[in-house]
Design a protein. Structure first.
Length: 368
């Protein structure tokens, strides 16, 4: 029922704008409005804070169905979870109440600020500093590649509180867009997910109350990594949705397109491609849903499964979308058809929330 409801909404209210959002590289405002009106913009927020209280699998289904028509728009529910999960996992009750309530209401989105210009895969090498001063912390630094920066009201920021301790000297904070000293860089000009703004976040002597720290001092990096164990599964869902969208489009196209006097769908070479695409998607779906169940239960092998789902599903998305372009021939290579956008959008799923090389490092360290 949830899938049907999200699919109808996505097809009616999000899909019609997907090409323009990509072409004009603009924020998918229509999608945000439609998702918020239907309580789908941050479904993971628990009911006690006014949220929909969706479990990890339901959240995955929402993201998958939105990504099937518009990958940029699927980053609204996905990054709202990414940005706010550190608070849900490690924040005080007061912090949860303060920030989960407006998020659930649709009064402000959440972003996640881990990466920096010189700290990507090696996120623990970050330089952003948070220095205690009485009842406040003062933050200085640059966060890079921040999804929905400028659009979000709230930012979970990881910053160094003790430079002698590397990852154990990192703490997490909630920073608000309106805090003095917060500003944003120009939107990055990207290959895909062009409707999702990616900007730098500048922190220039940003003074925040000490109670905005998420958890204890020195636990921010652990919280950031624990968050990714859960949210990599949402990237797997995004990849899955993109791949399914490409397969669905190609499946329809090959029945219409005639060459050598018959629909190209009649050629076995085409049928085998479609069969492989569908097989890979289904394998990715099973891995993703199983990982979502593990996320919900908090199973001990979640780290491996989350990395495996993200890595596998994103590789499948790249393969399937590339094959979808192939199935449309020259038409697939043009912006008159959606599959080239899907191919460009798929690429990012192999890169963010840890590149697929990093996922393999994570899996190797956590072999079942
Ligand atoms: C569109 C977009 C949105 C993003 N959104 C966010 C966000 O909201 N919040 C956030 O914090 N970050 C975000 N990111 C950042 C993203 O997570 C990083 O780009 C990613 O982790 C890789 O870091 P990097 O770009 O510095 O690459 P690098 O770490 O410099 O990696 C370069 C290459 O080296 C490889 N490599 C690095 N180390 C190793 C190793 N040990 N072994 C093998 N290979 C290795 C990588 O896999 C990659 O192929 C986003 C990025 C993009 C492009």
């Amino acid at each position: 029922m949830l899938r049907d409801a999200v699919r109808s909404l996505a097809e009616a209210k999000i899909a019609p704008y997907a090409a323009a959002v990509d072409e004009e590289a603009r924020f998918p405002r229509e999608a945000l409005d439609a998702l918020t009106a239907n309580d789908l913009h941050a479904v993971h927020v628990p009911e006690e804070y006014g949220g929909a209280g969706a479990d990890a699998l339901a959240t995955v289904i929402v993201i998958e169905e939105v990504a099937r028509v518009c990958a940029s728009s699927s980053l609204i529910p996905a990054v709202n979870k990414l940005g706010s999960l550190p608070v849900i996992l490690s924040g005080s009750e007061a912090l949860k109440k303060k920030y989960m309530t407006p998020l659930a209401k649709g009064d402000g989105m959440f972003s996640y600020c881990l990466s920096e210009p010189d700290a990507g895969s090696d996120a623990a090498g970050m330089k952003t500093r948070a220095v205690r001063d009485g009842d406040s912390y003062v933050l200085n630094g640059v966060k890079r590649w921040i999804t929905n920066a400028g659009e979000s009201e709230y930012y979970t920021v990881m910053a160094v509180t003790d430079p002698t301790k590397r990852s154990k000297g990192i703490s997490a904070f909630v920073v608000e867009k309106s805090d003095e000293g917060v500003s944003f860089g120009a939107p990055e000009k990207k290959l895909g997910i062009k409707g999702s703004p990616t900007r730098e976040v500048y922190l220039d002597n940003v003074r925040i109350p000490a109670d905005r720290m998420i958890g204890e001092e020195g636990t921010g990096f652990a919280t950031a990594m624990r968050t990714l164990d859960h949210t990599r599964i949402t990237i797997a869902a995004q990849a899955l949705g993109i791949a399914q969208g490409a397969l669905d489009y190609a499946k329809g196209y090959v029945q219409e397109r005639k060459q050598f006097g018959k629909p190209i769908a009649d050629f076995q070479g085409i049928q085998f491609m479609l069969a492989d695409m569908a097989m890979k998607i289904e394998a990715a779906r099973q891995l993703t849903y199983a990982a979502a169940a593990k996320s919900e239960r908090g199973d001990s092998d979640l780290t491996f499964q989350g990395a495996a789902a993200k890595c596998f599903a994103s590789d499948v998305a790249m393969e399937v979308t590339t094959d979808a372009v192939q199935l449309l021939g020259g038409y697939g290579y043009t912006r008159d058809y959606p599959v080239e956008r899907m191919m460009r959008d798929a690429k990012i799923t192999q890169i963010y929330e840890g590149t697929n090389q990093v996922q393999r490092i994570v899996m190797a360290r956590n072999l079942p």
